[in-house]
Design a binder for this molecule. Structure first.
Ligand SMILES: *Cc1c(COP(=O)(O)O)cnc(C)c1O
Length: 379
């Protein structure tokens, strides 16, 4: 049978044809008024999507580049910082903070769980000289969402800045940078922004910009002062054709409105969770979000084999578990360029795949549950 590809991993996500085509345009020189107008349009669109009036800077890197830039510009040798580690990406904040020689305390949580805001409050009460708190909106390795608004309410009354990895979470999970008082947001475009990989975005509050100016860390390519100086002009050659694509992406996303984006992802998440429960499966995350649904692999099923089979034989790419969760969970994304029928495809593939791999399931129960959610929502 023809193998058509369906990308349902939490990054990279499917790219709409209109965005792909935008990248096929003639590469023009970046020090021209024509190009600058394009860069400006992309930068303004991202401001809206970040819900901030602060400039949003563009780096030519994957999302991790923006994570490194955030640490490199804020905290270094001996600076007291706190990071929340409840999975692969929270762990990355800790790795970066160690590389930059900070005085790091990690709140290590079991994968799948989320941080209680009181844990952060307690640390900050006892350590008023803390410079920054690093955490994650959607912990993509587990599908859990941390309560960022409540955390921001705590951190904004302290000397510390709140830095949030929103690489997978932004656009799928509510976050309002200015209104909530989040100091730094970092993301990459190959997830909710429906783009091919290659651009990272990040923004700093005024409070965080003060730290950027004072910071003693050596930095060059990721020196945010360079990006702030001529913004939205780029200090180095930008990823020109990707920026064309970003203008198209923000145009499409803005047309949907930020509330519309949150609502669409909420409905896709609800439908997926309903389907999973109807199939008699268990959701892994303690507080599952709308980026992806992580599902515990049933006892008698080989979790690694089913994922490669679905991808290589049927063309449906889900993500497996990382590190100690390899083979134990299946992660189905409903992020970015996704509609209700993408969920139906994903759930149908999961049902058929599980059946093939020996899980006793009645065909269609998950699909039916998802359809019922869509009908109830009137979408
Ligand atoms: C994907 C992801 C990253 C890593 O981003 P890259 O673009 O691969 O560097 C970091 N954090 C989270 C939460 C992610 O989902």
């Amino acid at each position: 049978m023809l193998r058509k590809n369906y990308l349902m991993a939490p990054g990279p996500t499917p790219v709409p044809i209109d965005i792909l085509l935008e990248g096929a345009k003639d590469t023009i020189h970046h020090r021209t008024p024509q190009y600058l107008a394009i860069q400006k349009k992309a930068a303004e669109g991202t401001q809206y999507l970040f819900q901030t009036s602060q400039p949003v800077f563009m780096l030519s890197s994957s999302g991790t580049g923006a994570m490194e830039a955030a640490v490199a510009n804020i905290a270094g040798n001996g600076d007291k910082v706190l990071s929340i580690n409840a999975g692969k990406f929270g762990e990355r904040w800790g790795d970066l903070c160690r590389v930059y020689g900070t005085d790091l305390t990690e709140i290590k949580l079991e994968w799948g769980t989320y941080v209680r805001p009181e844990q952060i409050k307690e640390f900050l009460d006892n350590n008023p000289d803390t410079k920054a708190v690093f955490t994650t909106l959607s912990e993509t390795s587990t599908g859990t969402v941390h309560p960022i608004k409540e955390i921001a309410d705590i951190v904004k009354n302290t000397n510390a800045v709140l830095v949030v990895d929103c690489i997978s979470g932004i656009l799928a999970e509510p976050i309002k940078m200015d209104e909530w008082g989040v100091d730094v947001i970092v993301t990459g475009v190959q997830k909710g922004f429906m783009m091919p990989p290659g651009i990272a975005l990040l923004s700093f509050s005024e409070k965080a910009m003060e730290l950027v100016k004072e910071c003693k860390n050596p930095r060059y390519y990721f020196d945010i002062r360079k990006y702030a100086k001529g913004h939205p002009d780029s200090p180095f050659t930008p990823a020109i054709n990707l920026v064309y694509q970003l203008t198209k992406a923000v145009e499409m996303l803005q047309a949907e409105t930020i509330e519309g984006l949150w609502e669409r992802h909420r409905i896709l998440g609800d439908a997926t969770r309903a389907a999973v429960k109807a199939m008699g499966l268990e959701i892994f995350a303690e507080k599952p979000g709308n980026v992806l649904t992580s599902i515990k692999v049933p006892e008698n099923v080989d979790g690694k084999k089913i994922i490669s089979f679905l991808r290589d034989e049927w063309g449906v790419t889900f993500a497996g578990g990382q590190d100690h969760l390899k083979g134990k969970i299946i992660r189905i994304a409903h992020l970015g360029y996704m509609s209700k029928f993408d969920v139906i495809v994903g759930i149908s593939a999961l049902e058929m795949g599980l059946k093939k791999f020996g899980y006793d399931i009645e065909m269609g129960v998950g699909v039916k549950a998802a359809e019922e959610v869509f009908n109830k929502e009137g979408v």
